[in-house]
Design a protein around this ligand. Structure first.
Ligand SMILES: Nc1nc2c(ncn2[C@@H]2O[C@H](COP(=O)(O)OP(=O)(O)OP(=O)(O)O)[C@@H](O)[C@H]2O)c(=O)[nH]1
Ligand SMILES: [Mg+2]
Length: 222
């Protein structure tokens, strides 16, 4: 849950990338890191196995200051998708303020996506987080594979939740997914914590603050 420290003027937020094994969660964070300004970006922390499977989590901090002098510290995490890491996923999800669900678009992954989404819902509830009220976006990654679920079908299926096609390994759709996640996160913070008046930060200021961390050269057409 958002931590607000009025004395030190710090706002700490937690954002989690969730999804089935090999869907591209780590790749999303790596690509975001690569798009950030190399001079000011923090290191990305990865705890994985020899074959690059996430063991505990990946961690990437994104920070900015508001005009009113608050420092916003956004902590991006990924969970390990392999089924055996169930308890780790629950720990990493604790206190999440927003989630990006990274699905694998291949038709053969439909049941793994569905299993993982239910797992996320159960873990959020177990952490006392209101699932329907939690800001979320869904990314359908790996659009470069031949047998993928059509986007029209995806849009229909997900209704109100924003969905984004991606080829994360090429950086496509990664920033779009993240930007929308930041937007829905801000809206939820404003609704629950009266962000705009309490901290004098509008949705535009918030998104601008996040964007300052990125090198415009790397955002391409997005
Ligand atoms: N072809 C293709 N490969 C991708 C894409 N996104 C990621 N990959 C590859 O898929 C593999 C798994 O990606 P990761 O980002 O490690 O997946 P993960 O979701 O973090 O996996 P776990 O940590 O085990 O949960 C890697 O070899 C990536 O390079 C994509 O859009 N297309
Ligand atoms: Mg991973």
């Amino acid at each position: 849950m958002v931590q607000i420290n009025m004395a030190s003027k710090e706002i700490t937020l937690k954002v989690v990338y969730y999804g089935p094994a090999l869907s591209g969660k780590t790749t999303n964070l790596q690509q975001l890191h690569a798009m950030m300004d190399p001079v000011s970006r923090s290191k990305m922390l990865t705890l994985d196995t020899k074959d690059d499977r996430t063991l505990y989590f990946d961690f990437l901090p994104v920070e900015f200051s508001t005009a009113a002098g608050f420092s916003v510290k956004m902590k991006l995490f990924t969970v390990p998708g392999q089924v055996m890491h169930k308890s780790t996923r629950k720990v990493v999800l604790a206190g999440a303020d927003a989630v990006a669900f990274i699905a694998d678009s291949q038709r053969s992954s439909a049941s793994a996506n569905a299993y993982s989404y239910r797992d996320m819902e159960a873990n959020l509830k177990a952490n006392g987080i209101d699932f329907p009220g939690l800001p979320k976006v869904v990314q359908f990654n790996k659009r470069d594979f031949p047998d993928v679920k059509p986007l029209s079908e995806i849009k229909e299926q997900w209704g109100d939740i924003a969905t984004f096609p991606a080829v994360a390994v090429r950086g496509e759709g990664v920033f779009e997914t993240f930007r929308e996640l930041m937007r829905v996160l801000y809206r939820s913070l404003d609704e629950k914590h009266d962000f705009s008046s309490k901290f004098s930060v509008s949705e535009e200021d918030f998104l601008k603050g996040v964007l300052q961390n990125f090198d415009p050269k790397n955002l391409g057409s997005s």
